[in-house]
Design a protein around this ligand. Structure first.
Ligand code: NAD
Length: 490
């Protein structure tokens, strides 16, 4: 049993009231850890520590090279502990070892990317009338509140922490209450590499308690949040009171458009990967597959044939291709949506059930599920299910494909499969979404800005834009001829 602690001002802490919350392995329902149930007082202690560290300049006062050297050491340590981190991620979140291993590798690469980026030139000059010399510089925002979900416990943390620290901010970080294990390991690494006290603080606990305190506290300058759209809206309202900068990575219901001229097997393969990797618990999941009508039946038949063969099981079994859902509560939500789909009149082409055989009854496993005969206005087409449930819709032509694809409140991601290059780009350019692929689905790059249009969020993670999110912009106008302005006559 792992006994987790919070990390505040360079010290490992229990919750102020000593309360804990069990952490569960979703593959078998066993308790793997106890986490402190942080309180408002704990959140405040972390915020004050971060504020003090920021004002003292122990981090922002370092040169970019010095900060980068810490980030490189962190990347190195993540790799050194890769096996342990991978194992823990699988136990905590349920994802297969293969997926967890990719996340750990990506996490190290993300630290390296921002370590490199922060030492590159930034800012610019602009030309105004003499005798003014003008320039723009970038500065850290200050104390950043970082709040993350459970689907990529380590990687989502790193996507925020790496650029925030690179930019010279201090942080108050909150992992999901469901998956705090690998985030704590990451903070152990921060301690090991000697990050100055108070620079990186972690508080565990409930969103409406700890998260809300971070979002509302006047000493926090910015909130960077990844999670559900409803929570994002609440955070935005709360943060408005103190006019915090907000960056929101929210939900999606992303379309994957398959034209008849696409390479058929490639399209089927990526469509499966698009929805069933991560058991569909991926913000950018291709949860709506739109197929041109003349290949629709053939596509559905082949997709279902392959979906039925996906090996569902515990993540620590190397033969497992799809793991469980993250929690009992989330299992109920996903099964609830399957019921809604049936009641709405959609037809199940495969799956639709919890898996209770082969020793999986103690875990939260759901069959890869396909709905057909769906209508655009159905809830299973419009709402994020966040599980291994896909709807396959039919379209007649390019125009209808785009209309259906854009026909939800979300705008996170989207894919197009076609062998007509011009058509692929034409359709992608009409998609109201921030992350897109042509003849591919899902690969994510540290170099590329990640985020959504519409109700999928505000701002971007990763890439150069992801660093700028954690920076303020300042104009500096320097008078090279120091004499009175002479506006008033006496
Ligand atoms: P969630 O919104 O329930 O929780 C996310 C985090 O917010 C957790 O740490 C939670 O404790 C905290 N929280 C909850 N209520 C809060 C409040 N009132 N104030 C402050 N913090 C609060 O989301 P989840 O169920 O953990 O994650 C799934 C969601 O995350 C999905 O909608 C998914 O699409 C989204 N997601 C988006 C991206 C992206 O990049 N766009 C990436 C991963 C996940």
């Amino acid at each position: 049993m792992i006994h987790l602690k919070m990390y505040i001002d360079g010290e490992w802490k229990e919750a102020e009231n000593q309360e804990t919350r069990p952490v569960i392995n979703p593959a078998n329902g066993e308790h793997i850890a106890y986490a402190p149930e942080g309180t408002v007082a704990d959140a405040r202690a972390a915020i004050y520590a971060a504020r003090k560290a920021f004002e003292d300049g122990v981090w922002s006062g370092l040169s970019a090279q010095e900060r980068a050297s810490y980030l490189f050491k962190i990347a190195h340590k993540i790799e050194e502990y890769a096996q342990e981190l991978t194992q823990l991620e699988t136990e905590d979140n349920g994802k297969p070892l293969r997926e967890a291993g990719f996340d750990v590798g990506d996490a190290a690469a993300c630290f390296r990317y921002y370590a490199g980026l922060i030492t590159k030139p930034d800012g610019y000059t602009y030309h105004v009338a003499d005798p003014i010399q003008a320039m723009v510089v970038r500065e850290p925002v200050g104390v950043c509140g970082l709040i993350v979900p459970w689907n990529y416990p380590l990687l989502m943390s790193v996507w925020k922490i790496a650029p925030a620290l690179a930019a010279g901010n201090t942080i108050v970080f909150k992992p999901s209450e469901v998956t705090p294990v690998t985030p704590m390991k990451l903070f152990e690494i921060f301690e090991e590499v000697g990050l100055p006290k108070g620079v990186a603080n972690m508080v565990m606990g409930a969103g409406p308690v700890v998260g809300n305190e971070i979002a509302s506290h006047p000493e926090v300058d910015m909130i960077s949040f990844t999670g559900g759209t409803k929570t994002g809206k609440n955070i935005m309202k709360t943060a408005a009171e103190t006019m915090k900068k907000v960056s929101l990575e929210l939900g999606g219901k992303s379309p994957n458009i398959i034209f008849a001229d696409a390479d058929f097997e490639t399209a089927v393969d990526y469509a499966l990967f698009g929805i069933y990797s991560g058991s569909g618990q991926v913000c950018s999941a291709g949860s709506r597959i739109l197929v041109e009508e003349n290949i629709y039946d053939r596509f559905v038949a082949r997709f279902v044939e392959r979906a039925k063969k996906i090996r569902v099981g515990p993540g620590n079994d190397p033969s497992t291709e799809m793991g469980p859902l993250v929690s009992q509560q989330h299992l109920e939500k996903v099964l609830g949506y399957i019921e809604i789909g049936k009641q709405e009149g959609a037809a199940i082409a495969c799956g639709g059930n919890r898996i209770l055989n082969n020793g999986l009854d103690k875990g939260y496993f759901v069959e890869p599920t396909v709905f057909v005969d769906v209508k655009q206005e159905m809830r299973i087409v419009q709402e994020e299910i966040f599980g291994p449930v896909v709807v396959i819709q039919k379209f007649q032509d390019e125009e209808e494909a785009v209309k259906l694809a854009n026909g939800t409140v979300y705008g996170l991601a989207g894919g197009v499969f076609t062998n007509d290059g011009a058509k692929g780009l034409r359709v992608i350019k009409k998609l109201r979404a921030g992350i897109t692929w042509v003849n591919s689905y899902h690969p994510t790059y540290n170099e590329a800005p990640w985020g959504g249009y519409k109700q999928s969020g505000i701002g971007r993670s990763l890439g150069t834009v992801g660093l700028e999110e954690f920076q303020e912009v300042k104009q500096i106008n320097i008078n090279l001829q120091v004499e009175p302005v002479g506006w008033f006559s006496n």
